[in-house]
Structure formats: C-alpha cells, structure tokens
Design a protein around this ligand. Structure first.
Ligand code: AN7
Length: 365
C-alpha cells in the first residue's frame, strides 16, 4: 500500500508593513514615500493562566506589540508620521518622550534620512530606550523636567522652527496606531468584549477605538469593545479628572500628568461605556511578574498595567467574555526593573562543582 502524505501548508506570506497592508484605510497616496521597518503583524497570544484566574469561562489574550521593530507600539504611528513628514519635504522631526516614542522616532527618521531630535525627562527613561535613541542616531536632549514639560517645549520648537512634531498630537500617529485594532479583529474574527490598555498620553486608546469603529463601519466587525484604560496610581489624571503636577510611578513610560489626548480619551470612554482605573506600582509589578513567570511573556512595566487592571476589575468581567490586553512595549526595554525583582532562584557565585550544582538544583542532599 502506498501512503500519500499531504504536506503541511508552510507557505508564509510576505508582510509588507502596515501602510501597504492597510493602505485603503490610511491617509496615503501613490506619492507618499513609504518609510517602513515592516512593523505590525504582532501576535495575539492566549493567556491560559490569567484566564483561569479571572474564571467565568473568559478568554484573555495579549496583543504583544512589544514585538514591533523598535520594541513598542509606537512604530505603528511612526511609520505613517515619518512617511508623511518626508512627503511634506520636512528635513527633521522632534518629539518629547518617556522613551519609546524617542526610540521609534529616531529609527524611522534615520531610515528616512531625516534628522531626529528627542527631548526626554533626564533620569526617567528606561535604559533600553535611551540606548536605542542614541544608537539610531537621534540628538537626545535630556531636560531637568518631566514629560509634560518636554511636550510643551517640543510644541513650541515645532511652531517656531522647521521641525515636524511626531508626538501623538500629530494626527498621522493615531491613524497609524489604529491598525492594531484592525489586527485584533482580523485575528479574532470580531472585536473583543473588553480592550484593556495602559494609558499615558491617551493616544493609543484613542487610536484603538478609531480602528474598531472604522472596521465596524466597513462591516469587518459586528460589535465594539468596552475600552478599559489603566493608569499608574501616581500618574492618573484621567481617573481623578485633574492634572497631576508631579506624576510618579516606576512605570516610567506612563509617567504623564497632563495627557495630550485628554478630551479624545474621555470621548472614547463615554462612547464605549468604558472606564479609567488606577493600578498601583505593586499591582503593576505583580502582573509583570505573572506574565513573565506563568505565561512566558516579558513586557515592560507600563504594559503590565493592562493586565494588572484586568485582574483588579475581575469582578466586573462578564462571563464568557473575550478580552484583549494590550502589551505596548517589550520587557527588554527596562532590564533594570526586571533585575530589581527579588528572586530566590538566582544563585550567584557557585563553584563549577557537580555536587554543589546538584545540591543547589535541589537534586542532591
Ligand atoms: C510602553 O514614549 O508617551 O496613552 O513618549 O511607552 O498612547 O501615551 C509612551 C507611552 C503605554 C502610553 N505603554 O500610551 C512616549 C510615551 C508604553 C508606552 C504608553 C506608552 P499613550
């Protein structure tokens, strides 16, 4: 007897990046020079352990946007913002940043042959992000002030000098970032019931909502999610409906006291019947460790706010819900915080001796 084996379908389609993939939904023309690092197409990963913690037959996923080319969701916005800056004839871009925007702006600007200027709060940007901005070739200006002050300065610079602002007040940023919602729907077949997301400047929550709404209009999804925005307790202006003059959290990415997209975010919360909630640094770190140790997913602390928030809002989760938590940045961005987490499993200074090693492993008495 002859066995006929059917081969696996191993053909992998080439991913051309966000602008080509979602061109018909984006403000580009044939004349737009596409500046891309083939960002997007990030995985939607199920979380069995965290789903079980919530109970009620829910299915929780993470949208792992830390797998973008510079390690954060900012690349989605930057491919479009920098392409449009180049199209307009600009020679330089500028942003204020808690870190990820600066890394992304630097990478895309340099790829486009533009100069990149980034203004960051001195001492409050995670090591990986600063390393990226410098190596990509940005001019990095570290100010003695916080992100909100840096944003105010870059707004003024872009008004007075020929430099294009690429913070999320640049409308192309949100247009690019809305593609994350498209990918979530493309993967799930419909919108989730809840979308849990960390909120700093509130650009991403606005962009996701726009993406879901647009896909619904195009009949690519039948429903819209409840938008659940989570801020760090020490930097939670949207939760308290008041500017935080001295924002404070170890999740430096979202150490923002006066979000640029404040009004838009409130509109999203109202339209989606969503909620803004605060999560403490302890809750953020607990979710951060849980994601790594129990799900194998290493995100940066700010990103873990989405999962921390879901765990906190557990009682409100409807039975059988599909929930997507956005993991906005990669854990490798901030190795210092990872190493500060005390772990009993780190055994240092051991002699290379079999008995000693086996004892330490718990295999020998
Ligand atoms: C990992 O890089 O604002 O609510 O300057 O890096 O859209 O501001 C970063 C924000 C969440 C918040 N998670 O997103 C910057 C910056 C991570 C981030 C946010 C940021 P928005």
């Amino acid at each position: 007897m002859t066995l006929t084996l059917t081969p696996f379908q191993t053909k992998v389609e080439y991913w051309p990046g966000l602008i080509e993939t979602y061109r018909r939904y984006l403000p580009v023309t044939d004349k737009t020079p596409v500046v891309t690092l083939h960002e997007g197409n990030t995985p939607l990963i199920p979380l069995p352990t965290i789903s079980a913690l919530i109970g009620k037959q829910v299915e929780v996923f993470v949208k792992y946007d830390g797998l973008n080319p510079t390690g954060s969701f900012k690349d989605r916005g930057m491919t479009l913002a920098v392409s449009k800056a180049k199209e307009s004839g600009s020679n330089a871009v500028i942003c204020a940043s808690t870190g990820n925007t600066s890394a992304s702006a630097a990478a895309y600007a340099r790829r486009a042959g533009l100069k990149a200027f980034v203004i960051i709060p001195d001492g409050y940007v995670a090591m990986g992000k600063l390393a990226q901005a410098l190596l990509y070739g940005a001019e990095v200006l570290a100010i003695q002030g916080n992100f909100d002050q840096a944003l105010e300065i870059v707004r003024q610079v872009s008004e007075n000098y020929p430099v294009t602002l690429v913070n999320s007040v640049n409308p192309y940023r949100l247009e690019g970032q809305k593609t994350a919602a498209f990918e979530v729907v493309d993967a799930l077949g419909d919108a989730p019931d809840w979308l849990c997301i960390p909120v700093g400047n509130a650009g991403n929550i606005t962009a996701y909502w726009r993406g879901f709404c647009q896909y619904q209009q195009e009949q690519r999804c039948t429903r819209l999610p409840r938008m659940m925005g989570f801020q760090a307790a020490g930097a939670a202006p949207l939760v308290h409906d008041a500017i935080v003059e001295k924002p404070d959290t170890l999740a430096t990415a979202i150490r923002i006291g006066n979000p640029a997209n404040w009004e838009k975010a409130i509109a999203v919360q109202q339209a989606s019947q969503g909620q803004f909630m605060a999560v403490t640094d302890q809750e953020i770190l607990a979710a951060y460790r849980l994601l790594a140790a129990d799900e194998g997913i290493f995100c940066e602390p700010a990103s873990a706010a989405s999962v921390a928030g879901l765990l906190k809002a557990k009682a409100e989760v409807p039975a059988g819900a599909t929930i997507v938590c956005v993991l906005t940045g990669n854990g490798l961005k901030d190795p210092e915080i990872a190493l500060q987490q005390k772990t009993e499993q780190f055994h240092q200074g051991i002699a290379p001796d079999l008995d000693l090693i086996a004892q330490t492993m718990g295999l020998a008495p």
